[in-house]
Each structure stands twice: as structure tokens, then as C-alpha cells.
Design a protein around this ligand. Sequence first.
Ligand code: GAL
Length: 390
Amino acid sequence: MISLRCLALRSLLGALLFLNAAALLTPSAVSQTSSSLAATPPMGWNSWNKFGCNVSDKLIREMADAMVSSGMQAAGYQYVNIDDCWQVSRDAQGTIVADPQRFSSGMKGLADYIHTKGLKLGLYTDAGTGTCEKRPGSLNHEVQDAKTYASWGIDYVKIDWCNSEGLDPEVQYAKLRDALAQSGRPIVFSICNWGVKAPWRWGPKTGNLWRTTGDISDSYDSMSLIGFGQNGLEIFAGPGHWNDPDMLEVGNGHMNRDEYRTHMALWALLAAPLLAGNDLRNMSAETKELLTNSDVIAVDQDSKGVQGHRVWQEGPLEIWAKPLADGSQAVGLFNRSESAIQMTLDFKGIGAPAAAKLRDLLDHKDLATAQNSYATEVPKHGVVLLKVSK
Ligand code: GAL
């Protein structure tokens, strides 16, 4: 499965860079590109969190089938993304070659199949000489690879940052952006350099999304450190260009129900890409309900495209809010402590009317109109996610 080799180090590196760079936030440095690609945060599935290097044509087809049959496609998920290890070498012309054993019908054949389902296919590569799993990288093959991907019918490319010694990410990712733009096919461009050199500052003019930290793992500590650490980055996100706090771990088994609800609610408030990372072929009813929760997905996919931020904090208790296109707000009451606790949302504090209409989004329940404030119990590591409107 996923090798632990340098993951821990990369995570730490990403977190440290993130903390340093957060001090340098300069909204004026943002030059926004408009893009019809990723007008809302991309939704789909990626092989890495659950399958690591164990990818094949069969697995990807089964996952696409499951995306349709499970209701994930109907809920908005559309990208089926193959992460590291699909590629083995380059041929005499320098063209990247997919593993002929594992992908025997070739990438074009696989893309055709994915497209017949109304889904889209994504691939992974690396900006340096090799991928993190030592497969060929794109360095000095940027234009050639982009053309190859376009000829196969690829719709999404994630580009990693391993083996990139001596390269400047801002320069190298701009080169990759230009290569993709020349490929003749609209391709979502996902920058994955773990927050190195504050990609939120140059990401908006370079890609559709950029990772802000090192890798997530399937634990409350990892997920919450990354998720709650996004505060401050909201000024850089918007339609066509998103901060990416990494793929979902929902359903992978090492967090409990309340922790996964926190994961999903927080990612929705963050307008984060929703890339499921579990096995879609055998999800529990609880996992399926959470991943396809239409009330929560509507928050993530809201057309206003504003990333939420923290509006209140007292120790381990945090309230986050995200303004929505219809004038209402999505509000998360998070309890990061080790026991259940009563939390109170003060309407004035978030600029909501004194008599506010409330809906519990995770449980799909309209609540009685409340006056001035709303108090509720929030479980340990849990969340209550509300829609607060007039
Ligand atoms: C990491 C990346 C992960 C995954 C992995 C594959 O650098 O952050 O999301 O793509 O490489 O080797």
C-alpha cells in the first residue's frame, strides 16, 4: 500500500512552509484568471488515499461504474483520477508509456469508457525528473506530455513536486500551464507542491487548484490540522481557482462518524475540491450518505465561490462561516475538544438577522426560527453545520 517513506517528512515540510508563508499573505499579489473550468470546486475520486500504487484499468473502470451506481455521479462527482504509478517509461520518441500490464487497453481506451458514462478521466504526473514513486516525470517533456494527454482524452491533470531540485515552482508550473493550454483540450490543472513557495499567491493565475499543505492521512489529527489551518487563505480562492487542502479520507476507516462529518463539513465550508479517496465499490450506508449529502455539497458548490473562514474561536471551539449566493450563510460549530459541549451561535456576531431561519445541513432538518442566538450540543471532534438565513 502507500509507502510511508518520505510522506511524514513531506507533510511536516508542507506544514512548516504553510505556517511561514501564511505570514506573507498579500491579497494584492493575486492576479485572478477567469476560467470556465472548475467554476465550482472539482468533485470526483482519486486512487491514492486508498490504493496507492495499486492502480489498474480494471480498478478504474470498477470505480467509474461504482461512481454511477452509488449515486455519487448524481450528487455531482465527475472526475475519476488516477494518481501515481500508471506510467512506466518513455518510448524512443519520448512519449510517456502507460503500464502495458496494468492498463492493457491503453489510456485512450480507458478514457473512452469513462466518457461513455458521462464521467471524466484525470491523470497524475510530476513537474520534476520523476514522480514520488520514481516513475518518469514531465521535466523537459511538458509540451509533449500535454499533447499526449489531450490525444488520449484526459480531462484533469494533477502535477506533483517530487524530484524537482533546482526548479522554481512558480516558473515551472507556469510552463506546465502553458503546455496544457496549447494542448487543444480543456484540462483542469491541479498543482500539487504541498504549499512550497506559497502557491496561493501565484496559483490563481497558474492553475485551477493548488495544494496548500503536505499529505493528509486518515486520522483526526491530520485532517483537523490541515482543515482548520486553512484560515486566512480564503482571500485567494474563487471560481476557477481553489485552495486544495487535499483529498477526502471519508470512509477509509480510521476516523469515527463525528470526525468524518467534521471532515466533510469543513471541506464544504472551505470550498475545497471534493475528491473522494475511499473504495466506492463497497461503501457503508453511512459513508455514502455523507459523501452524497446534497445539503453539504450545495455549500461546497455554491455559485458565489467564496471560501469560508473562522469567525469565532475559544480554545478548541471554533465557528466558521461561508457566505452563500442566496444571501444566507453556512455556519459550522466545531468542537475540537475531547468531550461533548454546548456551543452557542450569536447571530449578531455573524451579521445574521435577530430572527434567523435555521437548517441542520448534515441531518437535512429545518429547525424552528431562533431569536438572537442558537445553542446546541456538539459532540467531541464533531460539528453542527447550519444554514442561517432570513
Ligand atoms: C504526493 C502527493 C500525494 C500523492 C503522492 C503520490 O506528493 O502529495 O497526493 O499524489 O505524492 O506519490
